[in-house]
Design a protein around this ligand. Structure first.
Ligand code: SF4
Length: 304
């Protein structure tokens, strides 16, 4: 897995600090090729039946829109998986002010775009963007994306607290302003999250459920026609049947990308926690995976 390459260095990032922070695609010397993505997808489909896939998501170890071949990749993926499997892109929205990036995103069925802060000051303290990235350009770009594309648009907001910094994004006035900005973008959905995995900065802590509910209430008040999805009501997971050897490889693959709890792995693969525990024990015994404790929860990650 290459080191995380991103335009942001979010204080809550589950992938740790950004090893390579860039402000535009042109700063990258090498990127993942279309051929590599197709090769990986075809390999995955050899062991995973197409019927068991709900959708294909582009996220990556960093920001996927930094790759200007993203639109071409989405086209190829659609040719392979067919039109009944929606293609989703998770983006931090830092580059949506660019026409070429919006053209690539227009190929997706659903774009899930990050929006955590209503002011440049909070944008800089939470997302720690690369130099010259402005929140006003992000918001303008999201409005343009909404106007120009036919796919669905969801805004994903991460609300958090900090043990050392009182000025985060969960206070009433900040949430209200964020909701008003969201309303000006006119998304199909707003997703409200709080960090549940080990964050990049240790003082970052998640919100309580009651605080998430209050944020949800404010969002609903300002955006009455928009679907508001808060942590905990994302619906039932689908039970998925997998070959054992495939499950072990996929667990390891996911842990290489980010630390997870047993419950996260069980949800990700649609299997029960007991089943996941069996493979985690095997991976820990072989020395490839280790555990860390955070906020009273046990997370598993690969040994680097
Ligand atoms: S959370 Fe996403 S946008 Fe933020 S630093 Fe991590 S990979 Fe980049």
């Amino acid at each position: 897995m290459p080191p995380k390459t991103c335009t942001f260095d979010c204080i809550y990032c589950q992938l740790g600090r950004t090893a390579k922070k860039v402000s535009k695609p042109e700063e990258l010397k090498t990127t993942v090729t279309v051929e590599k993505i197709m090769e990986d997808l075809e390999k995955t489909l050899e062991s995973t039946p197409l019927e068991s896939i709900d959708h294909v998501t582009f996220s990556g170890s960093g920001e996927p829109t930094l790759n200007l071949q993203l639109g071409e990749m989405i086209d190829h993926v659609k040719n392979i998986v067919g039109s009944s499997k929606p293609v989703v892109v998770l983006t931090n929205a830092s580059l949506v002010c660019r026409k070429d990036v919006r053209a690539n995103l227009a190929e997706a069925d659903l774009v899930i775009a990050k929006l955590d802060a209503p002011t440049q000051h909070l944008f800089e303290s939470i997302n720690r963007p690369a130099e010259n990235l402005k929140l006003t350009s992000v918001v303008k770009g999201l409005r343009a994306l909404r106007r120009e594309t036919f796919g669905r648009l969801a805004l994903q907001m991460m609300f958090l607290k900090s043990a050392t910094d009182k000025n985060t994004n969960h206070q009433y006035a900040t949430v209200k302003r964020l909701a008003e900005i969201a309303s000006s973008i006119d998304p199909d959905e707003v997703q409200i999250n709080t960090p549940t995995r080990p964050p990049s900065r240790e003082d970052v802590t998640p919100l309580h459920l009651s605080e998430i509910k209050e944020i949800s209430r404010i969002m609903t008040e300002v955006l009455p026609r928009v679907r508001i999805l808060a942590k905990g009501n994302h619906g039932q997971m689908k039970e998925r049947k997998k070959k054992d050897s495939v499950l072990e490889t996929e667990i390891l693959g996911l842990l290489k990308r980010r630390p997870c709890r047993l419950v996260d792995l069980a949800e990700a693969f649609g299997v029960n926690e007991g089943n996941v525990k069996f493979y985690i024990n095997k991976l820990v015994a072989s020395g490839g995976v280790t555990s860390v404790r955070l906020h009273g929860e046990i997370y598993y990650e690969t040994v680097r």
